[in-house]
Design a protein around this ligand. Sequence first.
Ligand SMILES: [Zn+2]
Length: 168
Amino acid sequence: MPLTVIKFPNEILRNKLPEFDFSNPVVDPKTLETDMLETMYLHDGIGLSANQVGVSTRVFVMGHSTVPENSQAYFNPIIIANTDDIEDIEEGCLSFPGLYVKVKRPTAIKARWQNSSGEWQEGEFKGYDCKCFLHELDHLEGIVFKDRVSTLKWALAVKKSQPKRRRK
Ligand SMILES: [Zn+2]
């Protein structure tokens, strides 16, 4: 069942989320994974965090609707290594519809997380997957991409996102 996507500046997007406890789950992890993926596909997203759908626990989903077998939930994610190299690529966010801004992030990371069965997994991410992983991890800390850019850069992105006024 698709969930409602919470938009900025809702306060829930500012909360640092608690660990997901598989021995005492706040929600069924499989159901949450299915619902969050469905919501992400519905809005053409490539990532979605739990607080964006009003659930306060450390999990996000990531992936592509065209290759659903590669899409999954990442519970309690941790970064274990990252490159010093930085990339400055454009990002969007389902909580900021129509707004795109370039954000500097490491080019590659190594991470650990639990899948929806509670099993620990490990993997490496680069390019857009890396960027997406870090964007979603930020959400779990109550950080949004607006916090990662200068006030001027943000103001320009907001201006660009607004429909152009017709000149007389
Ligand atoms: Zn986002």
